[in-house]
Ligand binder design. Structure first.
Ligand SMILES: NC(=O)c1ccc[n+]([C@@H]2O[C@H](COP(=O)([O-])OP(=O)(O)OC[C@H]3O[C@@H](n4cnc5c(N)ncnc54)[C@H](OP(=O)(O)O)[C@@H]3O)[C@@H](O)[C@H]2O)c1
Length: 306
């Protein structure tokens, strides 16, 4: 008989974390321990265990690992606001680097497989085409550097680890509080609020369900190493916004195309990313939805929230 796997998820109130709960809850071969800071905001409450966990507390991490002795940790919690990281550097380091150190030490003690999420922002975006796992990172913002430092901690540990890098995650969270490219576009245009949209940054958006499935596959298959996990199509942010507006039949006249330079944001962004996802296809059975399929899923989920 297959052994039951205990899988601990951090940041389970977030977009990726919540989708992982939905992918795992009720599985007979998995005990899913969902954790996030504060109360549980995921609508479904059965089929998994919820515990409050602040990943910046070494004591809390140690105690939770003692209690559950997880076989796998999936760390989705992070400080993800790129401009906030540029300003609140201490907070960024606590979440994206120091907390990873705490989790590594807990994983060492319990021989836990550590699955960590990272970002296309570890690259400078000057290659001009899709990045593969063997391309050399060159982080250019505080957030990017913090995520890369977290990666390096794992790579230097003698743990069993996997790093899943991803790009612009979109989807619907139960409490509908978190915004992302698709929801920002839809919500703004519905209110006829004008939005400034970047013309010269190119990305491959990732449906949260697809990323969650890749995390689950990595956990169940015991995958190790770096994986690039994203949608397959790379287009400018403006093109993605236009496609979203057309899909939801919204007026595009309030969209103001702008260049990166004109926005003067605190953090530098890579101009062109996008990933080669062959390794994830091969090892994790990764089959991402197209953006149009993703939009349809988002539409249905929003209808079900009402
Ligand atoms: N979002 C993107 O487009 C994107 C792109 C590339 C890579 N990534 C990476 O992908 C991962 C997942 O991103 P995501 O967008 O799914 O994240 P998210 O929606 O921002 O979720 C992160 C979760 O972590 C929780 N959290 C905050 N502080 C915490 C703490 N001290 N202890 C425990 N939990 C805490 C947050 O709680 P609250 O909800 O209560 O604040 C939130 O629910 C991150 O590692 C990120 O760097 C994201």
């Amino acid at each position: 008989m297959q052994k039951m796997k205990t899988i601990l998820i951090t940041g389970s109130n977030g977009l990726t974390g919540q989708k992982i709960i939905y992918a795992l809850r009720g599985r007979k071969d998995v005990h899913c321990i969902a954790t996030s800071k504060g109360a549980n905001r995921t609508k479904a409450k059965d089929g998994y265990t919820y515990e409050s966990l602040d990943i910046t507390s070494h004591e809390e991490i140690t105690a939770l690992f003692e209690k559950y002795k997880p076989h796998v940790l999936i760390n989705t919690a992070a400080m993800t606001n790129v401009d906030a990281c540029e300003v609140q550097k201490e907070d960024c380091l606590k979440m994206n680097v120091q907390a990873v150190e705490y989790m590594i030490s807990a994983c060492k003690k319990h021989s836990t497989h550590f699955i960590h999420l990272s970002t296309d922002f570890v690259f400078d975006g000057n290659k001009g085409s899709a990045y593969s796992e063997t391309d050399k990172p060159n982080p250019e913002s505080f957030y990017s550097q913090s995520k890369y430092d977290g990666e390096l901690l794992l790579q230097k540990s003698d743990l069993k680890w996997a790093i899943l890098r991803t790009i612009i995650i979109y989807g619907v969270v139960d409490d509908n509080q978190r915004s992302n490219l698709v929801l920002w576009t839809k919500n703004s245009l519905e209110k006829k609020q004008s939005i400034k949209v970047i013309t010269d940054q190119f990305r491959a958006p990732t449906l949260a369900e697809d990323l969650a499935d890749a995390c689950v596959q990595a956990a169940m298959k015991g995958a190790t190493g770096i994986y690039h996990v994203s949608g397959e199509e790379t287009k400018s942010i403006l093109e993605w916004v236009n496609i979203t507006a057309d899909f939801f039949q919204l007026d595009k006249s309030v969209i103001i195309p702008v260049t990166t330079a004109s926005l003067n944001q605190p953090a530098k962004r890579p101009p062109v990313t996008g990933f080669v996802i062959d390794k994830a296809r091969r090892d994790l059975d990764f089959r991402p939805h197209t953006f149009m399929e993703g939009l349809q899923i988002v539409k249905e989920q929003l209808a079900n929230l009402k």
